[in-house]
Design a protein around this ligand. Structure first.
Ligand SMILES: [Zn+2]
Length: 321
């Protein structure tokens, strides 16, 4: 019997899945990344997590065909190295694919996490049956993966799809990438929480204050709850975040003319309170034929999208070897 390992290496968690020869996921487990412990420790945790999942599945390393890893950050597909990753500090220039190959002694394939998640949604999720789609992950940051004619569009170095760093408000809030006014600073969960805190600090948000207690624990979901319970200032924060997302999606739609845009990550489960203003801004801003064709829907695979995508890419990679 032959098995494959799929890994989603993020800034806070490592998701490891063991799949059988048919691609069916047998076991999947989550481990903390502990990114602050540094590159060498995280690599140790990563290989340890893989070992643990293999042994939980009763699979020896000799039965493993290969491992696919999707990673947060800018991964250079030409040199197979991490260029930079805001969530994995100190990994610049690290040859992840080669290093893992040496540690696991099996073929290894590395892909950007947003591209792998888009591929997963395309094959098994909300993009099934479509040929051209974009998946946007809305969480701590904002990532994007592009599928054109059924294939991942990576661009010339692997950096395509970085919708989170489209500047939608020149001179806006400072982004982790060093620029100002990136979409990520206006429409991510982090941005909504920041605006919520600011609202409380300036004496507003009566309902939000009751729900969240203090500024310290406030998250984006508190802002959504307050808006649902009639807090108009909280609703304005959500509308503003949705407006900037709709604007960025209109740029994507004008360039790529996709059939569907799937939204994943924490904010994708917020329902019409968020989706309706996103769609409205998109339709008002995009050119009519493309804007009318595209639908904006929640992704369905949740946090498994990345490992599902990378496992399929690994299967193709092993066939072509
Ligand atoms: Zn940025």
């Amino acid at each position: 019997m032959s098995y494959k390992i799929g890994v989603d290496l993020g800034g806070t968690k490592i998701l490891v899945a063991l799949a059988d020869a048919g691609g069916k996921i047998l076991i999947s487990r989550k481990f903390p990344t502990r990114a602050a412990d540094g590159l060498h420790n995280v690599m140790h945790y990563l290989t340890g997590s893989i070992e643990e999942v293999l042994s939980a599945g009763g699979v020896s390393r000799y039965e493993l065909d290969g491992a696919g890893i999707c990673v947060a950050g800018f991964f250079d597909t030409r040199f197979k190295t991490i260029v930079s990753s805001p969530n994995l500090p100190g990994w610049e220039g690290y040859p992840l694919e080669q290093e893992l190959k040496e540690r696991l002694r099996v073929p290894v394939l590395v892909e950007n996490d947003a591209s792998a998640a888009a591929y997963g949604e395309y094959l098994f999720g909300a993009g099934r049956g479509k040929r051209n789609m974009v998946n946007i992950t809305l969480g701590t940051g904002i990532g994007g993966g592009i599928i054109t004619e059924g294939r991942i569009y990576r661009g010339s170095g692997g950096f395509a799809g970085e919708i989170g760093h489209l500047i939608v408000l020149p001179q806006g809030p400072l982004c982790g990438c060093g620029r100002r006014g990136c979409l990520e600073t206006l429409s991510s969960g982090t941005a909504i929480a920041r605006e919520g805190r600011l609202l409380l600090e300036t004496g507003g948000g009566t309902v939000l204050r009751e729900i969240a207690g203090g500024c310290e624990e406030l998250t984006a979901s508190h802002v959504f709850q307050a808006a649902r319970e009639g807090d108009e200032e909280a609703a304005a924060i959500i509308n503003k975040a949705a407006y900037f997302l709709g604007l960025a999606l209109a740029y994507v739609v004008n360039i790529l003319n996709p059939e569907v845009i799937t939204l994943s990550g924490g904010l994708s489960q917020t329902g019409e309170i968020f989706f309706e203003p996103v769609r409205r801004c998109l339709k008002e801003t995009a050119i009519p034929p493309s804007g009318e064709m595209v639908s904006v829907v929640p992704a369905v695979l949740g946090e498994e999208a990345g490992v599902r995508g990378i496992l399929s890419l690994l299967e193709q990679y092993l066939k072509e070897m």
